[in-house]
Ligand binder design. Structure first.
Ligand SMILES: [Zn+2]
Ligand SMILES: [Zn+2]
Length: 399
């Protein structure tokens, strides 16, 4: 049993609740079973103590929590400039035919995602000290990416507050064996399809709302208050306005599709790849309410180095994701320094399930495709703790 369950969470504001929770829990020492196998055998549970959130906070240099408005603005301008340059250089890419067009789309996707990371700082309040300014800039960054800012803020903070909670972490849906059996074949086959990465962000997640609720429809299940519904309308209008401006500039539906929507779908694919790979892995555990805790969930996050300059370009959201998950108030330009502090605190847990997780994944795209086939559904490892079916089968074979 963990020191505290998630029961008190629903009383908090889901938008700001994550941070409140972290603070409330900061001084609680987490005691977790080292292995629940012993529970099944009826033996006394060996326990492992997880560090408190405060222990992580103390290990990170205080300046990492400081926001620098001008630095943040510089990254915003840099990413818009890169996207502008890519539009400027489009004829050069098109000179090389379909391959050139493909390369252009990939770069648009990467730099689009970099811009998204800057907007992501805004929604966490780590862009500047002024949240009104953050919300304004957040709309500037998100709206051209057809990503409604306020709804993203709501759903994304739920992901942070309930990371690897089987029922409440909906960024990428955790599928259990009992759900898998009931799924129609087309649903089982959707994830393994190579093109699914292009469709999951839009329309599957943000428009259809699978399964956080639609980010565009003010009466979707994502929103509980009227003020949130108004925010949804504001952000949606900003997105539609940007798409309309793109249509006017493009001059035809065909141009709009090939030079606005297709590169946008590559951005969506990049977003899906990154968000999936930071949490889905062979070693990751997922917890039911009684076993879940904030720290325990965050320790299952994986830092991945993509290489090819992508980590720098995408503002280290890939190889600094663990630090980001513990403290989402740290601006992206301090994540790597903060990661050193996180590593030190997790070092004594290296041999356990809760050590710092890091992988060099130059093969990130193939890995994404492969994991979507291999990591099909979760099964119970022990009571309240789940892991991917394939991992447990491999472990059983190795015995
Ligand atoms: Zn995440
Ligand atoms: Zn975040």
């Amino acid at each position: 049993m963990v020191a505290h369950s998630s029961d008190g969470l629903s009383a908090t504001d889901p938008v700001t609740g994550g941070d409140v929770l972290v603070d409330a829990r900061a001084n609680l020492q987490e005691k977790l079973p080292l292995s629940s196998d012993s529970t099944q055998e009826g033996l006394e549970e060996p326990r492992i103590e997880l560090p408190t959130v405060d222990a992580f906070r103390r290990a990170i240099p205080p300046h990492c929590f400081e926001r620098d408005l001008f630095k943040s603005l510089r990254y915003l301008v840099q990413d818009f400039a890169a996207l502008g340059l890519l539009y400027f250089a489009l004829p050069v890419f098109e000179y090389f035919g379909i391959l050139g067009y493909l390369a252009w789309n990939i770069l648009m996707g990467v730099f689009g995602f970099a811009l998204f990371v800057v907007g992501h700082d805004c929604l966490h309040g780590s862009f500047s000290d002024n949240q009104n300014l953050n919300d304004f800039i957040g709309h500037i960054a998100f709206s051209p990416l057809f990503s409604p800012y306020f709804p993203w803020q709501k759903s994304h903070k739920l992901h942070h507050a309930f990371t690897n909670h089987i029922d409440k972490d909906h960024g990428h849906v955790w599928v259990q064996d009992k759900d898998w059996e009931k799924m129609p074949l087309w649903k089982q086959l959707f994830n393994p399809m190579p093109f699914s990465g292009w469709l999951k962000w839009f329309p599957v997640y943000t428009l259809f709302g699978f399964c956080d609720g639609s980010h565009f429809w003010p009466y979707s299940s994502l929103f509980v208050r009227d003020s949130e519904r108004v925010q949804c309308v504001v952000s949606t209008v900003c997105c539609v306005t940007c798409a309309y401006i793109a249509l006017v500039v493009a001059g035809s539906y065909s141009n709009w599709f090939w030079y606005y929507w297709v590169p946008l779908s590559f951005f969506g694919c990049m977003l899906v790849i990154v968000t999936y790979l930071q949490h889905a892995d062979e070693v990751a555990e997922v917890y039911e309410a009684d076993e879940w805790s904030f720290v325990r969930g965050q320790t299952q996050t994986i830092d991945r180095l993509y290489g090819f300059g992508l980590d720098q370009t995408m503002h280290h959201i890939t190889d600094g994701h663990v630090a980001h998950h513990f403290f989402n108030k740290i601006p992206h330009y301090h994540l790597i320094e903060a990661t050193d502090g996180i590593k030190k605190v997790l070092e004594p847990l290296y041999e356990t399930q809760y050590g710092y997780k890091y992988q060099v994944n130059y093969d990130f795209f193939v890995r994404f495709l492969w994991y979507n086939i291999k990591l099909d559904y979760l099964v119970h490892k022990t009571k309240g703790i789940l892991q991917f079916r394939s991992t447990l089968e491999e472990k059983a074979k190795a015995k």
